[in-house]
Design a protein. Structure first.
Lengths: 305, 326
């Protein structure tokens, strides 16, 4: 419980710090916010008036507190470009992002863990080397390139899958695989090494001396022990997926949070950019917090006696 | 004497590293009888544990393999038994206790789960019957508060308690043979005596045959009926315990006995045997002990002595001399 309370406090601190960082980063990045709202023909006086109305001339810390106050009272504001309600944009695009992210997250573990187990059981055989080579490739290939390559192969040459769009299952396949590639590769390696490390334990010999079958020893006991590092790094995988979603959503034209954020930053749409950045930060931090919870649940040595 | 329960003959186990195979157990033969404790002693690295693991079929494959010999248990040769049949034997007919109780129990499962899993592997009993059996086994090794322990994880128990759990696990299915590999080495001295006492009590009560592997001659003298001394992968001397301690013949056995500190002697430097056990890759061609032996003859450097039976003991030495006080 102490552990959990500690992790929760830690999470809140990270959230507070990152909200400040996001707020400042967007304001310090230069560019003119009024360009998003006013036509190119607008005079400098018009622009100045708009800045005054939006509060952009106030000191940044004051803007921050005003903004956070509104946020906490449920007012997310409107987009500068088209005046759309940000709360509506979050629901609409968030749903798409969650579909893509969840698909990628499931792929990472449903593919990565079994492959890692297979590699560890077939240690130093052709199977193991094959799986490990694939995993090196998965880590080495940048995902934007993998995205382009897969569009070229599966959409242009073979014509099996659509190259972009939303939101049919067929359109989900390529972006989900690309988004999951690196995490899967890392999970394979980690599962393999965690399995091998536990296979060398003294207690494995005890179980064998009790007459338990290898399937039981490896599939149940060794796997249960190997699960601890896998779960504790699941939070990192969430962060990775959230970060890569920016690139993958843009390339595949998947209208998720990442795509909105990239567009908002390019157009200096402050309210949208800072809120969506915050959403991504919250997702990463929450992901890590969930991983801490899972780690706690998976490891009896951390539970209170 | 009754017919042996277990007959090990010419057991040879090899380990392969970097493409080279070398023998870590070399032609070991011994018998185990019901209601008897056979002590197996020797320095670290002399092949005691590998001998035991070979009997259990638990040598670390594929790095190690049994290259020859037989292990007769009843009418079955355990060496040629399939892995599936061997699993029926392990934990049921022959069980084993390991050296380090702190690392020998799976940390992710409760004690009760670990015990009942082995019981239900070998006996067609319900979960609650298995739990009752496990509870009784824990009570028999006098683990305090066994009901609570059943639902605890290994890390919640002390080293001595964990070793009792290991003993309970090894004894709960009433094996014919128990192999105890340094069962007390990793424990506090005060706990050592208790554990040894539990082990000995259970062995006598059940009339079980026990192979006690240790480098502690005091333990062997206290509990063993017969003793085999191993050096460099082979047995160099074997005798009933009183005979071995009163009249050791092999210079290595004599060296081991001299190395035990004794209070009646003057204080001073402890006796040591010069040199160390040769690594299995570089065993000398003659008697493997010859480089460290004070009474080696020219012949000892060239010829490998056989283990010769004589007057109820076995000895592998060309030039045995009576023990001179150190």
């Amino acid at each position: 419980m102490r552990y959990l309370a500690g992790r929760t406090v830690y999470m809140l601190i990270i959230l507070a710090i990152s909200s400040v960082a996001v707020f400042y980063a967007i304001r310090l990045s230069g560019g003119d916010a009024t360009a998003a709202r006013l036509p190119a023909s607008a005079t400098e006086a018009d622009r100045e008036t708009l800045r005054e109305v939006l509060g952009l001339n106030d000191p940044i810390y004051q803007q921050y507190f005003t903004y956070m106050g509104r946020l906490l009272s449920g007012d997310l504001g409107n987009s500068l470009t088209n005046n759309a309600l940000i709360s509506k944009m979050v629901i609409e695009h968030g749903r798409n992002s969650i579909i893509l992210g969840a698909a990628a997250f499931l792929l990472v573990f449903l593919v990565g863990v079994p492959l890692g187990m297979l590699a560890s059981v077939r240690r130093n055989t052709f199977t193991d080397q094959g799986i490990m080579s694939l995993s090196v490739a998965g880590m080495a290939v940048p995902n934007f390139w993998l995205a382009l390559l897969s569009i070229w192969l599966f959409a242009s040459v073979l014509g099996w899958l659509p190259s972009a769009g939303c939101c049919e299952p067929k359109q989900l396949i390529l972006p989900a695989i690309v988004l999951a590639a690196e995490g899967t590769a890392l999970t394979v390696r980690m599962t393999r090494s965690a399995m091998l490390e536990n296979l060398d334990s003294d207690w494995v010999r005890t179980l064998r001396a009790g007459g338990l079958s290898e399937a039981r020893v490896i599939g149940k006991h060794v796997f249960r022990n190997a699960l601890i590092p896998i779960i504790s790094l699941a939070g990192l995988r969430i962060g990775q997926i959230v970060g890569y979603a920016l690139i993958v959503e843009v390339i595949f034209g998947w209208p998720g949070l990442g795509q909105v954020l990239v567009n908002a930053v390019l157009r200096r749409d402050y309210p949208v950019a800072q809120f969506f950045s915050l959403v991504l930060v919250v997702m990463v931090v929450l992901g890590n917090w969930f991983a801490d919870l899972g780690y706690l649940a998976a490891n009896p040595r951390l539970r209170k006696i | 004497m009754a017919s042996p329960l277990l007959s090990v003959r010419d057991l040879t186990t090899v380990i392969r590293t970097e493409g080279i195979e070398f023998e870590v157990v070399r032609g070991v033969s011994f018998d185990m009888y019901p209601n008897e404790i056979l002590g197996l002693v020797g320095e670290s690295g002399c092949g005691k544990t590998m001998t035991a693991l070979s009997v259990m079929g638990l040598i670390p494959a594929p790095a190690a393999r049994i290259a020859g010999g037989t292990v007769l248990f009843g009418d079955r040769d355990l060496v040629s038994l399939s892995e599936r049949d061997m699993r029926e034997v392990r934990g049921d007919d022959i069980s084993m206790i390991f050296q380090d109780p702190l690392t020998s129990l799976d940390p992710m499962f409760r004690i009760g789960h670990l015990l009942t899993e082995v019981i239900r592997r070998h006996r067609p009993v319900s979960r609650s019957q298995a739990e009752a059996m496990a509870l009784q086994a824990l009570a028999e090794v006098e683990l305090p508060d066994p009901e609570t322990r059943m639902s605890q994880y290994p890390h919640q128990l002390s080293g001595g308690m964990r070793q009792r759990v290991m003993i309970a696990m090894a004894l709960m299915l009433d094996p014919d043979i128990l192999i105890a590999d340094e069962p007390t080495t990793a424990l506090d001295v005060t706990v050592q005596a208790q554990i040894l006492d539990r082990l000995l009590g259970q062995q006598r009560r059940r009339g079980m045959s026990m192979l006690l592997i240790t480098h502690d001659l005091g333990v062997v003298a206290a509990v063993a009926d017969r003793v085999a001394v191993m050096y460099s992968g082979e047995i160099v001397e074997q005798a009933p315990v009183t005979q071995l301690f009163s009249d050791p013949q092999h210079p290595y056995t004599q060296g081991l006995l001299r190395a035990v500190p004794q209070t009646r002697h003057q204080r001073g430097a402890l006796h040591t045997i010069p040199g160390r056990v040769p690594p299995p890759q570089f065993v000398p061609p003659g008697c493997p002990f010859s480089p460290r032996c004070s009474q080696a003859l020219a012949r000892c450097w060239e010829e490998h002595p056989d283990l010769v039976p004589e007057n109820g003991r076995r000895l592998r030495c060309f030039n045995p001399q009576p023990l001179t006080p150190a």
